[in-house]
Ligand binder design. Structure first.
Ligand code: HEC
Length: 147
């Protein structure tokens, strides 16, 4: 009859634990849904996907430059991938593809990539110049249309 154990505390802890588990499940489900929407379902996430890949490939060029890997065969794969991605700029940006300036910026990037692929950089000085010209084409569009 003289039980001094703090019995009431146990159910409190138990329900808090249950709450944390449920919270974890909800956060997990929300996170998964968010990622699925980003990468799979939502069609308007395609613009981000194209630009993120563009950024990644551009980063590879800059990494090659920093690592002194500046032969044509070092640069060409990234340049070709970026050229293919550049074809996707207008399809990806449904709300901008009828804007003449937007199309002009995209065309400028494609022209610079075409030139770089036709005459691939053979050394680091040339790759540096190529990277700067591409960066300039990216930024010209971002200045007008990016956030
Ligand atoms: C013709 C226009 C245009 C060109 C050219 C362009 N971009 Fe973009 N980029 C955009 C727009 C518009 C956004 C903003 C996207 C948004 O927030 O919906 C963007 C966003 C980005 C982002 C952020 C990605 C994200 O999740 O929103 C990166 C990274 C990026 N661009 C990289 C590049 C690189 C690298 C190049 C050049 C090799 C480039 N872009 C060329 C229009 C362009």
């Amino acid at each position: 009859m003289n039980d001094v154990r703090p019995a009431p505390a146990t159910p409190g802890k138990g329900s808090r634990y249950l709450f944390m588990v449920l919270l974890g499940l909800v956060i997990g489900a929300a996170g998964t849904a968010y990622l699925m929407r980003m990468w799979l379902g939502k069609p308007d996430s395609y613009d981000h996907a194209v630009m993120q890949l563009m950024g990644t490939k551009n980063g590879h060029l800059n990494e090659a430059l920093r690592a002194n890997r500046c032969s044509a065969s070092d640069a060409l794969p990234a340049l070709q991938t970026m050229r293919a991605l550049a074809n996707e700029i207008e399809p990806a940006f449904a709300d901008l593809r009828d804007d003449a300036r937007f199309v002009q910026h995209a065309g400028q990037l494609r022209a610079r990539l075409d030139a770089a692929i036709a005459t691939p950089p053979q050394d680091c000085a040339a790759l540096k110049q190529t990277a700067a010209r591409l960066k300039d084409a990216c930024e010209a569009c971002h200045r007008d249309f990016g956030h």
